[in-house]
Design a protein around this ligand. Sequence first.
Ligand SMILES: NC(=O)c1ccc[n+]([C@@H]2O[C@H](COP(=O)([O-])OP(=O)(O)OC[C@H]3O[C@@H](n4cnc5c(N)ncnc54)[C@H](O)[C@@H]3O)[C@@H](O)[C@H]2O)c1
Length: 243
Amino acid sequence: MKVIINGIDGAMGTILAGMISKAADMEVIAGVTPTGAEGAYLTLDAYQGPADMVIDFSHHSCTADLMAYCTARKLPVVVCTTGQDEEEMACIAEAAKSIPVFKSANMSVGVAITAKVIKEIAAKFSDYDVEIVETHHNRKVDAPSGTAIMLADAIREVRPDLHYNLGRSGMAKREPDEIGINAVRMGNIVGTHEVMFGTNNQTITVTHQAHDRALFADGAVAAARFLVNKPAGLYNMDDLLAD
Ligand SMILES: NC(=O)c1ccc[n+]([C@@H]2O[C@H](COP(=O)([O-])OP(=O)(O)OC[C@H]3O[C@@H](n4cnc5c(N)ncnc54)[C@H](O)[C@@H]3O)[C@@H](O)[C@H]2O)c1
């Protein structure tokens, strides 16, 4: 499979390129970045050679260009980039009418499995309080993490009566219909998410720990293999797990 990496010299693009170079069934056929990095193309349009897939770890501001390129060339695309606004998400949805598009805010297969497990607990367990604690390195700019929200959203699929309480403090007694979401920032931690379901008598805790950002590149490679011969449509990690 010939892969174009959009964002080839970013933190994730670099890891992904290294990973693909070791895969027997894939090769990096072109890389794109506006930085002028040696051997890379400045824009997607500048590369019109052979390709089977685009994997995107870049910036959400190029969503429209990315979708236009993939649609025009009928190329499947794995969108790992996050932060798209409503207009950009609409652009992705529109492209998915004519090409296969994979989009997940968290490319970790382990997180996807965690979401499935906590959904089952949330549906079958009863009379519990649910709290999520996420821990990340001290350089992270946003809180809570997108993944914590994604996990809370998974719980709300089966418990739509629950609402979020972000960062409880002050005179803030817990209400029974809360999903408490709490952010811890320290050191160099890649990302830990703990989801706790507690009753008066017992607690179930499900923990996902990321040790290395390479787990996102692993997920992107798995998504590319999943997507390669799929019909047009918008796919996510649930589809990959069900495959
Ligand atoms: N879905 C996931 O699981 C997951 C995991 C990790 C990172 N991400 C997302 O992937 C994106 C990249 O992350 P990163 O840590 O590698 O960031 P980074 O800043 O290290 O790299 C970004 C790359 O994109 C390039 N770029 C910037 N603007 C561009 C444009 N207009 N067109 C093409 N390339 C452009 C940069 O030159 C660079 O190569 C971010 O949105 C990040 O949130 C998602």
